[in-house]
Design a protein around this ligand. Structure first.
Ligand SMILES: Cc1cc2nc3c(=O)[nH]c(=O)nc-3n(C[C@H](O)[C@H](O)[C@H](O)COP(=O)(O)OP(=O)(O)OC[C@H]3O[C@@H](n4cnc5c(N)ncnc54)[C@H](O)[C@@H]3O)c2cc1C
Length: 473
């Protein structure tokens, strides 16, 4: 018996349930992954993220070859072509079973349903595994049997269930055959054809070995102080593991195990470790929301009444936000960080998202799309959750009247302005006090003849406009 193993967003040999079980089945294993350019475009996948995924695939192919498993890379236009391609590959290699790890997004679920039908029609057995989250959707439901919509009770229930959930990482499986010489995947040709960037290669080394190293470094040097430094964008206060978690070069079970290696108990509340693991619970929460309320992945707000909100569609303001030219230094530095690195600090994602959806009153879906088009860690559930939180349209969202003042945010979280100056070098000569005060900023800019835009909108005016729009619902 030969098993066909389909890699998607699970690019690792360690702690990979589909891989482990395919090998355990005892026959041969052939692996496949798909390049789907039109689907990526439809889902607004960032080209830097695709480049990172392909580079991760290269390492994966070589590690699989060491286990005697050949990885085949197939190019098809989109998800609709995958069932046919899978059936062709399984026929070529005389496979009798298909193994994969589940994905929970709307497009992915649709794709997997049609794969299931096609394969079953050919008598190919399907083995699907929950591998992507710590606790999979469906296992945590409210008393009335629905999905949670508020984080705190979700977390309570999550923590209650955790001791009964298998979260121990699996080892790398044994080899199925003698090592193969690694196949050269046509990655350069694909990158060239799709016009993928390579600037991210050095900044974000792909693959599970790089992920393991970063995790170990973070646990050793960053975890203890995480709760104190996680909101300060100028310091390396967070793990920056999101790109690897998003493409599955790292699993959340590996993260949990790394934290609990010394201590099997849940860390004490308020510590760096507990605060960090809390973020992994948020990751599960938003993935559950996407499954429980599929409308959120079809560009609809979770809170139905906000569908009526009169968003602005102003190209000039949208472009100022996208390019980091709003005249609000912290927002501009945040957007330039995204554009230059493919990643943005969490505090700034909230500030930038709230600025677009409240100050500019621009439809949050345009911001969600722009983030997806630029983030290496772009993930439908977390991105949609973060955007709907910031726009006050989502589950457990920020109340609409709590509108961050970007100047107060930068005063609190970038007091000496070093993050702002890193990404807005034209503001180097401006004093820290002026970076957090629009009146002083305007005066220093004029005095020092600095080329920096005036605020695209006045904070008070924008705030009143947003409050009025939400009150009218
Ligand atoms: C508007 C907006 C958009 C976002 N878009 C994404 C996205 O596309 N992909 C993404 O992975 N995260 C997204 N987030 C969540 C969060 O900003 C990032 O996960 C985090 O900044 C990644 O940095 P890190 O790895 O250093 O996180 P750490 O602080 O080290 O946290 C560890 C891990 O926990 C998870 N995590 C942390 N915060 C959250 C959160 N609020 N929601 C869900 N998971 C979380 C991530 O996987 C992260 O890598 C978004 C947040 C907002 C407000």
């Amino acid at each position: 018996m030969t098993a066909l193993l389909w890699f998607r967003r699970d690019l690792r040999v360690n702690d990979n349930r589909a891989l482990y079980n395919a090998v355990q089945a005892g026959g041969g294993v052939v692996a496949v992954a798909f390049v789907t350019p039109q689907q990526w475009q439809k889902q607004n996948e960032a080209s830097a993220k695709i480049s990172f995924w392909l580079a991760g695939l290269e390492e994966l192919a070589s590690r699989l070859a060491g286990l005697g498993i050949a990885l085949h890379l197939e190019e098809v236009a989109d998800n609709a072509a995958i069932p046919g391609a899978l059936s062709r590959v399984s026929h070529q290699h005389a496979c009798s079973a298909l193994y994969f790890n589940r994905e929970y997004g709307y497009y992915e679920q649709q794709r997997d349903e049609s794969v299931q039908k096609t394969m079953q029609a050919q008598k190919i057995r399907i083995f699907a595994f929950d591998d992507r989250l710590l606790i999979e959707p469906g296992r945590l439901l409210t008393g009335s049997g629905g999905y949670y919509t508020v984080f705190t009770p979700f977390k309570k229930s999550w923590l209650g269930l955790l001791p009964r959930v298998d979260v121990d990482p699996l080892p790398v499986p044994d080899s199925v055959a003698a090592s193969l010489s690694p196949r050269k995947l046509p990655l350069d040709e694909i990158s060239h054809k799709l016009g993928l960037p390579d600037w991210c290669r050095d900044m974000w080394p792909a693959g599970e070995l790089a992920a393991q190293k970063r995790l170990a470094d973070f646990v050793r040097h960053g975890l203890e102080k995480y709760h104190e430094s996680r909101d300060l964008p100028a310091v390396d206060g967070t793990s920056c593991l999101s790109p690897w978690l998003a493409c599955g070069a790292l699993s959340p079970r590996q993260c949990l195990a790394a934290v609990r290696r010394e201590n099997k108990k849940w860390p004490a509340e308020g510590t760096g470790a507990e605060t960090w693991l809390n973020e992994l619970i948020w990751r599960d929460f938003y993935a559950h929301v996407v499954v429980g309320f599929p409308r959120v992945s079809r560009a609809q707000p979770f809170q139905k009444k906000t569908t009526a909100l009169k968003w602005r569609y102003d190209d000039h303001d949208l472009q100022a936000w996208q390019t980091g030219q709003t005249g609000y230094p912290i927002v501009d530095a945040a957007m330039r960080q995204l554009n230059q690195t493919g990643w943005m600090h969490n505090r700034l994602r909230m500030v930038a998202a709230m600025f677009l959806s409240k100050h500019l009153l621009i439809d949050w879906r345009l911001g969600e799309k722009y983030f997806m088009q630029h983030l290496l860690d772009g993930d439908l559930a977390a991105n949609n959750g973060g955007w709907q939180w910031s726009a006050s349209t989502g589950t457990d969202a920020v109340p609409y009247f709590r509108i961050f003042n970007p100047f107060s945010q930068s005063q609190r979280f970038d007091a000496n302005g070093s993050f702002i100056r890193r990404y807005c070098p034209e503001l180097e000569p401006v004093s820290a006090a002026a970076l957090h005060d629009p009146v002083k900023l305007a005066s220093e800019i004029a005095k020092k003849k600095i080329s920096y835009p005036a605020p695209v909108v006045d904070h008070k005016v924008a705030r009143e406009r947003a409050l009025a729009a939400f009150k009218n619902l």
